[in-house]
Design a protein around this ligand. Structure first.
Ligand code: AMP
Ligand code: GLY
Length: 434
């Protein structure tokens, strides 16, 4: 089987690495790929027609879509008459990530445990989607009074979210009324005064990422993982795409798992069926484990990054078989198997990220990589057999060990072997909770 992986991050390097280990796979292309992936094909991910021509010419059997954008833009629908399997939801399913308001209405309609919310701005979806009709707030859009009432009710302890895709930059976690007010002004400044957004009650607890493979009816879970979204130690500083991750997570008990299945995963799959989404892909549940149980913060319709860089090494199963089982009805019978070790990923980033940073610095230490570390490239570029920085998140250093503590120690010993100008990383990945 020939596969094309779409994307260029650490997630996509991990995907190609795992797919290449399968006996079912003869060749993996990456579109456009990075300095660590092989068989790169330089096509813009917005150019579906060109991707289609390439895939038909090369007789690609399966496309694994890494990032959310092509899914939200309807790549699954676009390929529906080609006979090529595209792993991911259709355009309607992708709204679970593409529109935060759609996702919250979906959660409310199907009884998925989540934070209370209020919506603002003009929102319209295709007719037929979701029976749930929210209170019509559009007439209040952008009138200070209405949102002020909600902010006051929550005493400023709220989370404000821009409705559309914003690469993690459209979410504002606020601690007081002033911060909330500023967040709304910022959204309107960036996305226009008509921009739609949500105000949510702020939840407290530990975050957890649960990734499921689904055929739209059944599902199989990967190991529970934890991301580290903030730039600086002790979860300080601006939000990033993710500075590191580890799996499995020690506080994931059987009791917690069963609450997540009952209160979040099962109602989500019921909703997917009732809304007639064509969903063969990954469902990512971004959870907050609160005192009153697990609550869903967000859906993603693809694998997480950097979670993928730990959950794929931890998976024993043939990965291509797992993906194919979402198409041929064999998913429920599949037995999921995992390595016993703990896996941790420390992300090395360009100094200045997530704001402005320079690219083009040579990366050293790539020649003699220790056998016990896996290196996944993200923002890198290969030129004349040398590797240079080409993005914010540059490298993922992944280590494994019997215990979380040993894995942490090993990862940080290996991190010091790599170097590029202005390299930066967090020193406390995995240390949040023991
Ligand atoms: P999202 O993109 O919706 O996952 O939000 C990004 C981050 O904002 C999450 O990983 C949380 O750290 C935080 N966040 C989002 N929603 C809430 C909420 N209702 N309560 C507390 N924190 C939240
Ligand atoms: N690691 C969070 C995400 O991929 O959205």
């Amino acid at each position: 089987m020939k596969i094309a992986v779409l994307g260029s991050g650490g997630r996509e390097h991990a995907l190609t690495w795992k797919l290449e280990q399968s006996n079912l796979v003869t060749k993996v292309y990456t579109i456009p790929g990075n300095g660590g992936t092989r068989n790169n094909v330089n096509i813009d991910l917005r150019d579906f027609e060109k991707i289609k021509q390439f895939c038909l010419k090369e007789k690609i059997d399966l496309i694994f879509v890494g990032p959310e954008d092509p899914l939200v833009n309807g790549i699954v629908d676009f390929f529906s008459d080609t006979g090529i399997k595209v792993f991911g939801p259709d355009k309607t399913g992708a709204l679970l990530e593409g529109s935060k308001i759609f996702a919250k209405r979906f959660m409310r309609q199907y009884g998925v445990a989540t934070a209370d919310f209020w919506e603002f701005g003009n929102i319209s979806f295709d007719e037929g989607l979701l029976n749930y009709k929210s209170e019509d707030l559009s007439k209040f859009a952008n009138t200070p009074k209405k949102y002020q009432k909600v902010i006051d009710k929550l005493q400023g302890n709220c989370v404000i979210k821009y409705n559309g895709l914003a690469a993690g930059k459209g979410v504002y976690v606020c601690n007081c009324r002033e911060e909330a007010q500023k967040a709304i002004i910022d959204i309107q400044y960036k996305y226009g005064t008509e921009a739609s957004y949500l105000i949510e009650e702020k939840l407290l607890g530990d975050e957890l990422s649960i990734l499921a493979f689904t055929d739209g009816i059944d599902y199989q879970l990967l190991q529970p993982s934890q991301d580290h979204k903030q730039l600086l130690e002790n979860d300080k500083g601006p939000n990033t795409g993710g500075m590191g991750a580890f799996c499995p997570v020690p506080f994931f008990t059987p009791k917690l798992k069963s609450a997540i299945v009952q209160d979040i995963i099962k109602p989500t799959l019921q909703g997917i069926q009732q809304e007639r989404m064509n969903y063969r892909g990954v469902l990512y549940f971004g959870l907050m484990i609160t005192e009153s149980g697990p609550k869903l913060l967000e859906y993603n319709v693809r694998l997480g990054d950097p979670e993928t860089e730990v959950v794929l090494p931890a998976l024993k199963n043939d990965f291509a078989q797992l993906v194919l089982s979402c198409f041929d009805g064999s998913l429920p019978e599949l037995k999921m198997q995992f390595h016993q070790e703990t896996y941790i990923d420390v992300v090395l980033v360009s100094g200045g990220y997530p704001y402005e940073y320079k690219k083009g610095y040579q990366i050293f230490g790539l020649d003699n990589i220790a056998d016990d570390v896996i290196l996944f490239h993200a923002g890198t570029k290969k030129e004349n057999q040398k590797i240079f920085t080409a993005g914010g998140r540059v490298l993922n250093v992944v280590a494994q060990a019997e215990s979380l503590n040993e894995a942490i120690q090993k990862a940080y010993e290996r991190v010091n072997k790599f170097h590029f100008k202005k390299m930066f990383y967090r020193k406390d990945i995995g240390k949040r909770r023991k």
